[in-house]
Design a protein around this ligand. Structure first.
Ligand SMILES: *Cc1c(COP(=O)(O)O)cnc(C)c1O
Length: 391
């Protein structure tokens, strides 16, 4: 069938085989079939200790999450339709209320994923008359959300609130939004959310913080950066969190004032025109919140971060107090070589290269989990020092 169709098309020219320019080998992203079991990952038959996952609290394989999902699965798998049609199960509203109360916001809206949250949220909030002021290292989903909204975009150097203030003075408009990651996904450092909120107040703008990596990991109670800073629930602040990282499940949520969340229910196209999350996933996220609040996994994560930082204190790691600990190597080749050397030694630590990060800032991105043992961290530090000495 396929062959005969190709045979009928005798016209040379563009088709799906030659449409795309080849990606240079040095930039090629590799998709490798891999299997996770707990803190291990098996790649090409080799079982490695995984230092690359965002499953910071090791909840994605926790029996309580698995049981919650299985129980929900007994009644069905798919949600059948968008929330606006018939996919709006009470379990979604129950979890939204829990999240809003936990974080100290009036209201919450659960959506399909962090990517969908940011695409749809910024599209709903902004238009060509409402400029957005964005940190240059914001997550791709925020960048694309701004594009989709058609809002004029003014980007400031990473964490540079001085430059942000200048841009706010230069580009006036009735409605403006400052947009930033909370914990930055590739650097592990944190936005100064107090300074950002002060600028939002002084210059009469909204502030959108995406704390996908912070909620569940930051602060003694895991409520994330804005809660630690004492600003969660402020009416100028809208916050995004995800279930795919610390919560051990999948999906995302938006926190804001009640009128804002109600407006999003009316306008957020990435929620309205997309099938609601399966209930098993929601049940798992709900169980994940229980375990975050319980605090045991969180204190193990914090102990592991402190222990790791102590072990690698003499190395050129980027400044980070979070579970994301990048080692700056500079050249793509060096980062690739170190990643391979660590793999030989039994560890999976991915090299992060351009275009994910700026040219010349290739790095190894280590992420810590509550499930790592001190013995595993000891061994990693030992092998890392050895690999660096022989590079
Ligand atoms: C992971 C991440 C997202 C995307 O969330 P998904 O649920 O994986 O789509 C959005 N923003 C930030 C900052 C992230 O790190």
């Amino acid at each position: 069938m396929v062959d005969s169709r190709n045979a009928l098309d005798s016209h040379p020219g563009l088709d799906s085989r030659n449409w795309f320019a080849p990606v240079p080998t040095s930039r090629r992203r590799q998709f490798m079939a891999s299997q996770r079991d707990g803190v291990f990952i098996t790649l090409n038959g080799q079982r490695l200790i995984n230092f690359s996952s965002n499953d910071y609290l090791a909840l994605s394989t926790h029996p309580k999450l698995c049981d919650a999902a299985k129980t929900a699965l007994a009644d069905g798998v798919g949600s059948g339709a968008s929330r606006l049609v018939c996919g709006d199960d009470p379990a979604l509203h129950h979890l939204e209320k829990r999240l809003a109360d936990w974080k100290g916001y009036e209201a919450c809206l659960i959506v399909g994923s962090g990517m969908l949250a940011n695409l749809g949220l910024i599209q709903a909030l902004a238009n060509r008359h409402s400029p957005v002021f964005a940190d240059k290292l914001n997550h791709a989903s925020l960048v694309d959300g701004v594009r989709l909204s058609t809002a004029p975009s003014h980007r400031f150097q990473h964490l540079d609130t001085g430059q942000l203030e200048q841009l706010l003075q230069q580009h006036q408009a009735d409605k403006r939004i400052i947009v930033s990651d909370g914990v930055f996904s590739m650097d592990g450092d944190c936005a100064d959310v107090n300074a950002l909120l002060q600028l939002a107040i002084d210059h009469n703008t909204l502030l959108l913080i995406d704390d996908a990596h912070g909620i569940g990991t930051v602060g003694a109670d895991g409520r994330g950066l804005t809660s630690q800073a004492g600003i969660a629930g402020h009416h100028r602040l809208i916050e995004v969190g995800t279930f795919g990282k610390s919560f051990g499940s999948y999906g995302a949520f938006i926190l804001a004032s009640e009128p804002c969340i109600e407006a999003l229910r009316q306008r957020q196209r990435s929620m309205i025109y997309s099938t609601a999350l399966p209930l098993a996933i929601i049940a798992a996220a709900d169980a994940g919140l229980d375990l975050i609040q319980h605090g045991e996994a969180l204190s193990r994560l914090h102990a592991n971060i402190a222990y790791f930082k102590m072990k690698i204190s003499t190395l050129n790691f980027m400044p980070s107090h979070t579970a994301i600990q990048p080692l700056l190597l500079g050249s793509d080749d060096k980062a690739m070589a170190m990643s391979s050397a660590l793999r030989e030694a039994g560890f999976f630590v991915p090299a992060i290269r351009p275009p994910t990060v700026a040219a010349g800032t290739a790095r190894l991105r280590f992420t810590l989990s509550a499930a790592h043992s001190t013995a595993q961290i000891d061994l990693l530090a030992e092998k890392l020092l050895h690999c660096l000495a022989h590079a």
